[in-house]
Design a protein around this ligand. Structure first.
Ligand code: PHE
Length: 350
């Protein structure tokens, strides 16, 4: 190989190395220009056949050329490797702070949001939210509310008693013991609303559940009358169900109120106008909602409130039932089965 050819082969190799754009490309260039069959390797092999004088010169030239090519290869390899590494770092970056939508988001339960909505309506009127335990003293669940041991009305509320027999402890059958608790621990004026869980030995079906929710209201002040009760419940109904939806009272009996009434809600579907064909109220124009009345003076006395000075009203209704109306549910159980599709549909609204 002529000296110019050796130089040309070296230059071609150096140019190809400089032009190699990635490691794959460089690998190909290495085989082509520095591999066993590359021009410079062939030239190296020819050297042995040359006369001694020429051999030295050619050996030097070819050796230098191959050295330069190998050096350039190593340098380019390093550069391309670094680039490759850097690209991987960028391309394969994982941002652990990015939001993911792989798992469906849950929602707050409609009973939770519904209870809060109800409480908010009363808080807006200056009332407070009160709470009590679900495992309750028999005395507070019954006796303090004028429901003595022999009172026939005790059987109206099918009670879960805790073992052993005669423990005096029940799962509260209504939220009314919170009335007693509040009066025992505070002095009037009292305006409290108490949403909470209650228990009765009912079968579990489309309209009954052994565990359900009530909201209790209690107002104790000077000069409180049935008229205040009616106005308060009308406002409550309108806030929940819209303009024109008020309440009516039917005479009833509860040991803890006197007089007592059943509260009906104006049918929010037909509004009492087309009641005959209404499937929601079944021709009534009204829907049963809860119980209420003027607090029995015997209850005030039992709970340390002076009945000569103070009077009060109380009411209680089912939250689950109220939500069934509001959302047009025909089966109460939908509220308790925990289906995420139900919760997302009804839990966030209100
Ligand atoms: N506690 C009664 C019930 O569960 C409802 C009620 C509450 C009635 C307050 C009157 C006053 O049936």
């Amino acid at each position: 190989m002529q000296p110019e050819e050796v130089d040309a082969a070296r230059d071609a190799a150096l140019a190809a190395i400089a032009a190699a754009s990635d490691l794959e490309d460089l690998k190909r260039v290495r085989t082509e220009h520095a591999g066993d069959r590359s021009p410079l390797a062939l030239a190296n092999r020819e050297i042995g056949a040359l006369p001694p004088q020429a051999r030295k010169e050619a050996g030097q030239r070819v050796g230098q050329a191959r050295g330069a090519v190998n050096q350039a290869l190593a340098a380019r390899q390093e550069v391309l490797e670094a680039e490759h590494e850097e690209r991987i770092l960028v391309e394969e970056t994982v941002d652990v702070t990015l939001p993911t939508d792989r798992r469906p988001a849950g929602a707050r339960h409609p009973i939770t949001t519904g209870s809060e909505l109800i409480a908010d309506i009363f808080v807006a009127m200056g009332w407070e939210v009160a709470e009590g335990p679900v495992i309750e003293a028999e005395w507070l669940n019954f006796d303090a509310l004028n429901l003595g041991a022999d009172h026939p009305a005790r059987t109206m509320q099918d009670t879960f008693w805790t073992a052993p027999e005669g423990s005096g402890v029940v799962l509260r059958t209504h939220t009314s013991p919170v009335q007693a608790r509040t009066m025992l621990t505070r002095t009037p004026p009292i305006y409290v609303v108490c949403p909470g869980r209650v228990f009765r030995t009912d079968e579990y079906d489309a309209t009954h559940s052994p565990m359900f929710h009530q909201v209790e209201g209690l107002a104790i002040d000077e000069g409180i009358s049935m008229a205040h009760l009616k106005g308060t419940l009308d406002h409550f109904a309108t806030q929940l169900f819209g303009e024109g939806i008020t309440t009516r009272f039917r005479p009833s009996y509860f040991p803890f109120t006197e007089p007592s009434a059943e509260v009906d809600l104006r049918c929010f579907v037909c509004k009492g106008v087309d009641a005959a064909s209404c499937r929601t109220c079944r021709g009534e124009g009204w829907i049963e909602w809860g119980g209420c009345g003027v607090v029995n003076p015997r209850v005030l006395t039992a709970c340390g409130v002076d009945p000569e000075r103070y009077t009060g009203f109380a009411f209680g209704m089912g939250i689950d039932r109220t939500l069934m109306f509001r959302h047009g549910l025909s089966d109460l159980r939908a509220l308790f089965e925990g289906d995420i599709r139900f919760t997302t549909a009804f839990g966030s609204e209100l």
